[in-house]
Design a protein around this ligand. Structure first.
Ligand code: GLA
Length: 393
């Protein structure tokens, strides 16, 4: 595939391939810890083996030319390094532009342009972070091309910043972190307040991770994401009138139960309840997984989904139908929505011997209920963003 992408690069930009370099950033899936990152809690995501490839070559002028194989209807997007503004017509290319701009604002010297061809095999808009993936692909290519002294953690933060400030989506740090810092065969427990993290081997015994796409598209920017953030912030302020806490991630469920009367609005209280309990669940789930208790981990995934459905209210008919269909299947240890919600994907842990029947039965039940067809992917856990070494043939 890489050699094909290089051929396409040469054809698109009419250049020779001598100095071409190839970078890759994965997509991510979150196993548990949803809508906790911006609440100062824990998340437990992993990087996937699908993602975004970037074939790139430096230019001698200051132009950046970008093309995406996934958006054939959009021609090469061109801009000067001296004029990196958000432009609606540039569509997907605003993500790499935002990252370049953010690096420059942080003082990194990017003084030469480049041609870059992107190709992604993450289903677009499915909640597996295709946007954070292109951001990290851009980050590692900038580091590689310009020999920048930037460690992965600062690239993660700059990518998140590009999304927050250049794109205008107020996401937390989970996606960029999982994509930058992911490790093959491991999930990573991140404390989103301190940014301390630990890797956990993803020992699922005779089971695998299966992602199912509802094929109901999910618009993060225009979804209720910001509304949920606002509700949690309001609840936190009211809790802070008696508790010395920085975020909802600082309190245990017991403390929450004792002080929840401080939160006046019933909806805000439900949102805060989810954030607090989900954080506790995430830490507990990781302990279970480390002890080899896959069933216990799966049970907490189920509770997570119910809380996202009933208290946080970010699931919707399609995600609920797909997850509930999964819960009915033999050999399913756990299943829940993953990512921001309102459409997108579910993640399930399924016994290897039952995967085929799981896909058939859960898929059929989902279609009966919603009229939509789900796509299923048995995924492997891969490494974080990096340069790919080209094989010499
Ligand atoms: C999106 C955001 C993340 C996180 C999740 C919900 O993926 O980009 O920062 O908030 O939603 O857990």
């Amino acid at each position: 595939m890489i050699e094909n992408l290089i051929k396409q690069f040469i054809k698109t930009f009419h250049v020779s391939d001598e100095r071409t370099r190839v970078f890759f950033a994965p997509g991510r899936v979150n196993l548990i810890g949803e809508h906790t990152d911006y609440n100062g809690g824990h998340v437990f995501p992993c990087a996937l083996n699908i993602g975004t490839y970037a074939v790139v070559q430096k230019r001698i002028d200051k132009m950046v030319r970008m093309y995406s194989v996934n958006f054939e209807n959009i021609d090469i997007v061109e801009c000067s390094l001296d004029n990196l503004r958000y432009e609606a017509a540039h569509d997907w290319a605003n993500y790499p532009k935002g990252v370049i701009d953010t690096f420059k604002k942080h003082g990194y010297v990017i003084d030469q342009g480049f041609d870059v061809l992107f190709y992604g095999n993450i289903p677009n808009g499915a909640g597996l972070s295709s946007s954070a993936s292109i951001e990290l692909a851009t980050s590692v290519l900038l580091k590689g091309l310009f020999g920048l002294k930037a460690d992965m953690m600062s690239m993660v933060k700059m990518s998140q910043r590009a999304e927050n400030e250049f794109i205008g989506v107020n996401c937390g740090i989970m996606d960029q972190f999982a994509i930058g810092m992911g490790k093959e065969h491991h999930a990573v427990l991140l404390n989103c307040q301190t940014l301390d993290y630990t890797y956990s081997p993803l020992k699922l015994q005779d089971a695998s991770l299966v992602i199912a796409n509802t094929n109901k598209r999910r618009g993060l920017a225009d979804s209720k994401y910001n509304e949920r953030r606002g509700e949690c912030e309001r609840a936190l302020k009211q809790l802070q009138t008696e508790l010395h806490i920085k975020s909802l991630g600082d309190i245990t469920p017991e403390q929450f139960e004792q002080h929840k009367y401080l939160v006046q609005d019933e909806t805000d209280r439900k949102r805060a309840k989810h954030a607090v309990y989900e954080n506790a669940r995430t830490k507990e789930a990781v302990i279970k997984l480390r002890a080899g208790d896959v069933a216990g981990f799966g049970e907490l995934m189920k509770q997570s989904h119910k809380s996202l459905r009933d208290d946080y209210e970010v699931t919707g008919e399609e995600l609920d139908a797909l997850v509930e269909a999964a819960w009915m299947e033999e050999g399913v240890f756990g299943s829940r929505m993953t990512g921001a919600g309102f459409g997108g994907c579910t993640i399930s842990i399924v016994k290897n011997s039952e995967i085929d029947s799981f896909i058939e039965h859960a898929g059929r039940r989902y279609t009966e209920k919603t009229g939509l067809t789900a796509d299923f992917y048995v995924v492997q856990v891969g490494d974080g963003a990096k340069e790919l070494v080209r094989e010499i043939v």
